[in-house]
Design a binder for this molecule. Structure first.
Ligand SMILES: *Cc1c(COP(=O)(O)O)cnc(C)c1O
Length: 284
């Protein structure tokens, strides 16, 4: 793999650099590519089956499906029961993942937790489980490769930024880049939740800075201000995802002033279905 390119973006008269991890692959891109790096480097013969679970709009699910297709591994994905509408959609991450060969299994709500907890008990050596969100210490290696690419590019920057769900990506990026401040913002839950998630993996490094949003947002809900920032970024030349990126961009514009390299976390494949929800709410 070549290093992902760096683009310039001007927003509100301010210059940002963007590490274009979104361009790595149509489906296996962004931080999910970095998070799956260790598995991608693993010889095909080591596994025959990957198992994971979670939501059906998940970017991780789509990236794992693309990886398994590349590797010739089976991919079993467990979710709670889906509605008929969700199943019949002809676009979006779920549709794409199925077309890449993902085998989807629905679990009744009452059995879901126990089933997921028991997955590891019946595992043979050719199978590998990826936990929801890919919150795993094996992410370290992929983020070290990213940090190496950033150093190699010799950029004129003061800080780096990338959004957080579980915080796994931002945490390992900060650990791999101690010479820079690494900004992030909690797109899922609040900063207390985010710190707890991160601390479960590693002690929090000094250079990791969690920006505090001015208002409480619920994950994956449509907000007019998120749509507006998405559109401004799009007009400036780059599409970002609608779930994670808007909150970090908002926080960076309001609370920072340095020259920042924003590491694009991918996820634009989910935008079509999210934009439809904005339309339904008559926000577009
Ligand atoms: C998964 C994802 C994130 C969150 O990554 P974490 O490592 O869980 O913090 C951020 N942005 C996009 C586009 C994602 O798909």
């Amino acid at each position: 793999m070549q290093n992902s390119p760096v683009s310039k973006l001007i927003l509100d008269g301010r210059e940002f650099l963007i590490k274009r991890d979104d361009l790595i692959d149509p489906f296996l891109a962004g931080n999910k590519y970095r998070k799956l790096y260790t598995l991608l480097q693993t010889p095909k013969e080591n596994y025959d089956t990957i198992i994971s679970y979670g939501g059906t709009q998940s970017n991780a699910m789509l990236a794992i499906a693309a990886m398994c297709k590349q590797k010739g591994w089976q991919f079993f994905y467990y979710t709670k029961v889906l509605s008929h509408t969700q199943k019949s959609q002809q676009e979006g991450n779920y549709f794409q993942a199925l077309s890449l060969g993902m085998q989807h299994n629905e679990l009744e709500e009452v059995h879901y937790k126990d089933f997921v907890a028991a997955l590891r008990l019946n595992l043979d050596e050719k199978s590998y489980i990826i936990d929801q969100g890919g919150a795993d210490t094996s992410v370290r290696k992929g983020m070290e490769v990213l940090a190496h690419e950033i150093r190699e590019a010799n950029l004129d920057i003061d800080a780096v930024a990338t959004p957080s769900g579980t915080g796994t990506s931002a945490l390992y990026l900060a650990l791999a880049l101690p010479e820079y401040k690494v900004y992030t913002a909690p797109s899922v839950g609040d900063s207390i939740y985010l710190k707890r998630q991160m601390s479960a993996l590693e002690p929090l490094p000094q250079n990791l800075i969690i920006l505090e949003p001015k208002k409480k947002y619920h994950f994956a809900k449509p907000y007019l201000e998120f749509l507006e920032i998405y559109k401004r970024l799009l007009n400036a030349g780059i599409a970002f995802d609608l779930l994670y990126a808007p909150l970090l961009w908002q926080s960076l514009l309001e609370q920072t002033q340095e020259k920042i390299l924003y590491v694009h976390s991918g996820g634009v494949s989910g935008n079509a279905s999210m934009l439809r929800r904005y339309e339904k709410k008559a926000l577009i």
